[in-house]
Design a binder for this molecule. Structure first.
Ligand SMILES: [Zn+2]
Length: 392
């Protein structure tokens, strides 16, 4: 058994009732890590002996970010499409087909290299848990291999065969849904924890979404949903009805959608992805409306090559505070404990005995600096399962 004592912490964000305010902040605290797990949190004067010591140098210590929505298995990039959009072309989601073509043509090693590179990039920026979706293969073999590669990088893997109807099924979408519910689900399920659907006009309607999520549940997968991103739609209420863990985007909501999320009482989280609105120059979701109504809100990157090519949770926190009127505390909670709730995890997103020793040390005295100093690399060290990830 190896132990490590983290002390000289400027501010410890625990996300538990053991500290002050919504983030459970403790001062003059120390954290003992044993075998990758938090073994003790308490006043530094009472800290037990440990094999090693890590000095936080008065920096803030937070739980690692839990990025509950990312698409990391793909080939190619869409920088030219981004530039055209910034010059005025609207985002329709159709560019996904460009990535599907490149992904199908790529080798396993090419897909693996990209997923690993993005995973490492996210880890350096404090993300210690990341969900990874398939959805750029859209054939039985390509979805299965996408998930096989995703599972090499993360245990939070999501089958998104229903990302878009591929071109070869454009005039017979029902046949594609049958493929997704049948052989594609069967091939994907061994590598997936979750099933997801892009429920949106131009992608999959309510009947398709219900069929795919229900079949996914029957195959032993838990459910989540892309909903109400590009316009109003049935996704949020359907997601709550089916008990999905999270409805993601939530950009266009009616009062009935918000009421449904309130009624879900945290069982279904609203995950906001402001990187997508930033990168498509679209109006941001109304986070205040959700928070003031009492909805559980998560923040995630939606990292993908088309509509949000960022792996940076700190960037999303800055956007949430500046553009969506979340307080810095609300944004940090949403990116840690909120993300954990969106993945139905209790072992991450908080720092308390029994939690995984996934945390970050900031080159700043307070979590406020994540929004206050946008674009600045403030994360000095990341511990994942208790192991330091960055060189001193
Ligand atoms: Zn997405």
């Amino acid at each position: 058994m190896s132990s490590l004592l983290l002390d000289n912490i400027g501010e410890l964000v625990t996300n538990t009732a053991a500290g002050e305010g919504p983030l459970g902040i403790r001062r003059d605290a120390a954290v003992l890590v044993e075998d990758g797990v938090v073994a003790w949190v308490g006043p530094s004067g009472d800290a037990p002996a440990a094999d090693q010591r890590l000095d936080a140098e008065s920096g803030a210590v937070l739980p690692g970010f839990v990025d509950s929505h990312a698409h990391l298995v793909f080939a190619g990039d869409r920088a030219v499409e981004f530039a055209a959009r910034m010059a005025g072309e609207p985002y329709t989601g159709g560019g996904i087909r460009t990535t599907v073509g490149a992904t199908r043509a790529a080798t396993d090693d090419e897909l693996r290299a990209t997923a690993r590179r993005l995973h490492a990039e996210a880890l350096r920026q404090g993300t210690t848990t990341i969900e990874i979706k398939s959805g750029y293969g859209l054939t039985v073999a390509d979805e299965a291999r996408s998930l096989r590669i995703a599972a090499e990088v993360s245990s939070e893997t999501t089958f998104l065969g229903a990302h878009l109807v591929p071109a070869e099924y454009a005039d017979r979408p029902d046949d594609y849904v049958d493929l997704v519910c049948g052989p594609m689900l069967a091939a994907a399920a061994p590598y997936a924890r979750w099933v997801d659907v892009f429920c949106e006009r131009g992608a999959f309607d309510a009947d398709h979404t219900r069929a795919i999520l229900t079949r996914g549940q029957a195959a032993g997968l838990d459910t989540r949903l892309h909903a109400n991103q590009l316009g109003p739609g049935p996704g949020v209420q359907l997601g709550v009805e089916l008990g999905v863990a999270s409805v993601d985007h939530c950009t266009h909501l009616t009062d009935a959608d918000v009421d449904a999320l309130v009624g879900a009482d945290g069982t279904t989280v609203a995950t906001l992805l402001p990187g997508a609105e930033f990168s498509t120059r679209s109006p941001y979701p109304d986070a205040r409306r959700l928070l003031d109504a009492g909805v559980t809100v998560a923040l995630a990157t939606d990292c993908n090559p088309g509509s949000s090519y960022t792996s940076s949770v700190p960037f999303c926190i800055a956007l949430a505070v500046r553009e969506m009127r979340m307080s810095p505390s609300e944004a940090v909670w949403a990116a840690t404990a909120g993300g954990a709730a969106a993945l139905r995890r209790t072992d991450v997103g908080r720092l308390a005995p029994g939690a995984r020793a996934d945390l970050m040390i900031l080159d700043a005295p307070s979590h406020l600096h994540l929004a206050y100093r946008p674009g600045v690399p403030l994360i000095r060290q990341v511990l994942h399962n208790g192991e330091p990830q960055c060189r001193p």
